[in-house]
Design a protein around this ligand. Sequence first.
Ligand code: OAD
Length: 236
Amino acid sequence: MTYQNIVVLTGAGISAESGLGTFRDKDGIWTKYPLEDLATPEGFARNPDFVHEFYNARRAQSAKAEPNAGHIALADLERAQSKTGGSFLLVTQNVDGLHEKAGSNPANIVHMHGELGKSRCGACGDVMAWTGPLSTNLTCQICDTKGQMRPHVVWFGEIPLEMDRIEQALAKCDLFVSIGTSGDVYPAAGFVQMARSLGAWTVELNLEPSSGSALFNESHLGPASKVVPDWVRLNT
Ligand code: OAD
């Protein structure tokens, strides 16, 4: 079956087999580290060194990680879709950059929770590519403020990025696919409801049923490196 407008949402589960931890599974990142200290603006204000240390380690780990067959299948799906003349938007909650590494077109990716490979100045808002560690000793190259550089990631209590673009794509999509996400974090968890209520066919590809599993027309359970390529092969 061909679709005119496809929106794919990915979460930490698609990168699990690339060696990057998920958040809420047994042994997930938020079972070992305090979310309120590491992923909120208040936590950063209280202890910026602790937050920098955590994201510096994740940035270094992500830079070494390689995409798996799940990421690669999504790049294949995008190429197949572009041949039909239809639209494709890949919305990811992941900050690891593995979709680009797998060959997905950056122009069709929305990093709604930001990117580890970028820094942001808390004073002037400038965003720039960043590969090394961040620290409170740094000075912004644009506004000269010291100690305000932060990872370009969205923390709890902050508004995810490019929501207008995502909502426009959801409103016109005829296929919505959710991959490797628990469905516990809004607004991403609400995308399936929006897409389905506006007539899209909805598909879940996940290791286990997500919180919103009942809202999907189709659900295929298993590791992303298997279920994503299998599903893409059957649908292209
Ligand atoms: P979660 O850790 O909440 O959920 C990961 C999902 O992936 C679970 O449903 C797992 O069953 C599934 N999973 C695990 N391994 C898998 C595999 N090999 N193949 C397929 N699925 C697998 O991660 P997210 O839903 O991405 O935000 O979390 C959403 C947001 O919460 C993150 O972007 C992050 C986090 O706090 C911020 O930090 C702002």
